[in-house]
Design a protein around this ligand. Structure first.
Ligand code: MG
Length: 282
């Protein structure tokens, strides 16, 4: 298998990724796919999507779950609305996440990813145990499908995430490492976090960001790949050091500006190609 095949975060009818057509035009070979809407999660649609992906020469590496009612407006809103953490939507969302995993199986993909939500940083928080339990339930279901679960990083510092994974205690629980989220949410220096969490990293987002003036209170700013505070070359070299050879998946979350999104991802892909050559040679 090729080391670090390039990819993009893509969407069919939901989510913030680029369309499959744009993914093809960008010339990548892999995509992470945001789950299609509920109405599209049928065996027939799975067949159609796979045919289209085959025509486009694209392979799905991870399917990401997402839920109605989630909002990334600001950090407190994320805390209140995202993932399996908010208690009032937890039961319905774990049910839906299982359905998304079932659909992922129809696509022949062995990994589902998600923003679990804000895991309480303090393990004595009464909510912590409930979040550990729901993550375990998802892992149990995915195991019956032969799948791994990839937690998107960002809302937790590395030590909190490490402890959480140990507490869930399932061997199919891994990490989708997003270095920009660490900066956006003010949860620590991404490369240091990557070193600490390395053995759990099974997929990555290549995304960049600038620190906010008040990390953890206000968002940092997402910027084009290579222009932020991640330190892309150091990030890639560290991926090499931890033995990560999987896809480099660019995520650029400006779907309302599709032309700019495509142009910036295109530039990001060239930056990644140059760095691959620099690090590994031709
Ligand atoms: Mg991400």
């Amino acid at each position: 298998m090729e080391t670090w095949p390039l990819g993009v975060f893509a969407s069919i009818d939901a989510g913030l990724g680029v369309s499959l057509e744009v993914a093809r035009e960008l010339g990548v070979t892999t995509v992470q796919l945001h789950t299609p809407q509920k109405a599209s999660r049928t065996p027939q649609k799975a067949k159609e999507f796979l045919a289209r992906l085959g025509d486009f020469g694209l392979r799905i590496t991870v399917v990401f779950g997402g839920f109605e009612g989630e909002s990334y407006a600001d950090i407190p809103t994320v805390q209140r609305t995202v993932g399996l953490v908010p208690p009032e939507t937890r039961a319905a969302r774990i049910r839906e996440m299982r359905e998304i995993a079932d659909f992922t199986r129809l696509l022949g993909v062995n990994a589902v990813g998600l923003h679990l939500g804000f895991v309480p940083h303090d393990a004595s928080d009464p909510m912590y145990g409930a979040v550990v339990a729901v993550a375990g339930q998802l892992c149990d279901h995915c195991r019956t499908l032969g799948q791994n679960v990839h937690l998107e990083t960002g809302q937790e510092p590395a030590d909190v995430l490490q402890r959480f994974i140990r507490d869930v205690g399932h061997d199919n629980l891994f990490i989708n490492f997003d270095p920009a989220n660490m900066i956006l949410y003010g949860c620590g220096e991404p490369v240091a976090a990557l070193k600490r969490l390395g053995r759990y990293v099974r997929s990555v987002h290549c995304k960049d960001a600038k620190w906010s003036e008040r990390p953890g209170v206000e968002w940092g700013a997402e910027v084009p790949l290579g222009e932020g505070d991640v330190g892309l070359e150091n990030f890639l070299r560290t991926l090499g050091e931890i033995g990560y050879a999987g896809p480099l998946t660019i995520e650029r979350e400006i779907p309302r500006q599709p032309h700019r999104q495509k142009a910036e991802i295109g530039r990001g892909l060239r930056v990644l190609e140059e760095l691959k050559v620099k690090i590994y040679g031709e």
